[in-house]
Design a protein around this ligand. Structure first.
Ligand code: R5P
Length: 296
């Protein structure tokens, strides 16, 4: 197997290649004045299994298009298998039709991956694991859950009991898993999303977290509305310490600063999206473990 770094995930690709002692192909790319991407794959791919690593954080369409162009070209050049490692999978939240005529972007995106020649798709904490595994049925898929990974890190560095909080009922599986591994108590908040404006609000309730250490866990931060509302509510109830962990950190720097200024002690996210403004948990090992187990 050879590793091909996509334009958005160079560091993670290098880490994966180095951990597995696999050759790293070179991708020559540049952006034309009109924004289109020029791509050139350098190296021998004939009869080789190639793993492309490319996250699809904003600008999602560009990142997605680059994967499609690269995978089609790899197959055309004679690669025997194309494995796409897409640590953050875009459009995963548009996984069902809530109103007539709504586009189910997740399913279409998954079909695009498959039709571009991708044989295997690996992602980290897909927003809706069931929907992810059901889409594009002929493509092999793996949804890696890195919550156990986070739990290990928390245990290593923060040797005390934490109250784990999820911002909404959708976070229950992650929260329960973290709580089970760490043996910490947990609760979830109640979130409502207006179907027309998409604006969210978290129900104002009393939380029993006075003088406690709180770990707020969400799978993704995007606009930051969920995290900001949840953080405000938790802080109103006077915890002694609050850490916010999100797996996929798509928030702008302004949003991250706003959360820090509210009084959160630490923001931790994984490197499914590379960032320098928060504490990062490296998830490369979860990917290399899977590649070793299934393909090497
Ligand atoms: C919701 O279902 C997710 O778990 C996140 O809470 C949500 O998508 C975060 O998005 P935002 O930062 O835009 O509120």
């Amino acid at each position: 197997m050879k590793i091909l770094p996509g334009p958005a995930s160079k560091k993670l690709s290098e880490k994966i290649a180095s951990l597995l002692k696999l050759p790293l192909l070179e991708l020559n790319f540049k952006y034309f004045n009109d924004g289109e991407t020029y791509l050139q794959i350098i190296g021998d791919v004939v009869d080789e299994e190639i793993a492309i690593v490319q996250t699809t954080a904003p600008p999602q369409e560009k990142r997605l298009m680059e994967i499609l162009l690269i995978s089609s070209t790899l197959k055309e050049m004679g690669a025997s298998k194309v494995i796409a490692i897409v640590p953050y999978l875009c459009y995963a939240r548009s996984d069902r039709r809530r109103k007539d005529g709504e586009v189910i972007s997740h399913d279409i995106t998954m079909n695009l991956f498959y039709n571009s020649g991708i044989d295997v798709l690996i992602t980290i904490n897909a927003h809706n694991s069931e929907a992810f595994l059901e889409a594009a049925p002929n493509m092999e898929k793996f949804d890696l859950n890195i919550i156990p990974f986070l739990a290990k890190e928390i245990k290593k560095h923060k040797n005390k009991e934490w109250l784990i909080i999820g911002p909404d009922s959708g976070s229950i599986e992650d929260i329960e898993l973290a709580s089970k591994i760490l043996n910490f108590p947990y609760l979830t908040l109640e979130k409502y999303r207006n179907p027309d404006t998409h604006k969210i609000s978290i129900k104002d309730t009393e939380i029993d977290c006075k003088d406690k250490d709180v770990l707020l866990i969400d799978d993704i931060i995007s606009s930051g509305d969920t995290a900001i509302d949840a953080v405000k509510l938790i802080l109103k109830n006077k915890p002694s310490n609050l850490i916010f962990f999100c797996i996929h950190n798509l928030a702008s720097e302004e949003v991250i600063n706003e959360i820090k200024e509210l009084g959160v002690n630490e923001i931790i996210s994984s490197n499914t999206i590379e960032r320098i403004d928060v504490t990062t948990i490296d998830i490369a090992n979860s990917i290399t473990d899977l590649l070793e187990e299934k393909y090497l």
